[in-house]
Design a protein around this ligand. Structure first.
Ligand code: HEM
Length: 164
């Protein structure tokens, strides 16, 4: 074999080897992230169906609250003002979206400040959670996701219920 030809073949082999190594590295990274994705459960936000699904759940939830004689008088301000209602729903959506790991930022008041002076009872809190569960059921949210979401809201009771 002529010298130049042998040098050319060696160069080609080196290029293939480097390309192979790079490709292999990319494949390994892809395989690693696929394995990580399989090992880690998706964020609750994704399992709920994303922002659109949360918007639907909040719509039904707020409609349930509006029809719930136990607590609907509390929401007179937002019920009578379309802009305030849509802002209130938006806050609920952002709050759930952010809490479940979604790409949203809740900019509303903290739960203690938002509900201070309302003298809310455990009965009020339970009624509202019942209205939320009805909505989650209507939207066929599976038990595991339902439990996870309710588990996130449960600890808020201490800040919201002020009348014993
Ligand atoms: C886990 C339970 C609850 C959550 C996650 C929650 C969430 C919120 C949020 C995000 C706001 C808006 C705060 C802001 O304006 O920046 C709010 C306001 C309010 N919440 Fe709650 N809340 C809960 C329980 C309750 C209960 C039990 C009641 C009464 C039965 C209630 C009545 C209200 C009212 C009347 C407002 C003000 C609405 C307005 O703007 O006029 N909340 N809540």
């Amino acid at each position: 074999m002529r010298k130049e030809r042998r040098a050319g073949l060696i160069l080609a082999a080196a290029v293939i080897a480097i390309a192979g190594a790079c490709g292999g590295g990319g494949e390994k990274a892809a395989a690693d992230s696929a394995a990580a994705a399989l090992a880690a459960p998706a964020a609750l936000f994704d399992r709920l169906g994303g922002r659109g699904a949360i918007v639907s759940v909040v719509d039904t939830f707020v409609a349930n609250v509006a029809g719930d004689a136990r607590i609907n008088k509390r929401f007179a301000r937002v019920a009578g003002d379309a802009a305030a209602l849509s802002q209130f729903k938006g806050k609920l959506v952002d709050q759930i979206c952010q809490a479940t790991g979604g790409p949203c930022t809740y900019t509303g008041l903290d739960m203690k400040t938002a509900h201070q002076g309302m003298n809310l009872t455990d009965g009020d809190f339970d009624a509202l959670v019942e209205d939320l569960v009805k909505s989650l059921d209507a939207h066929k949210v599976p038990q595991a996701e339902k439990d996870e979401l309710l588990g996130m809201l449960g600890p808020m009771r201490a800040d919201i219920v002020t009348k014993k």
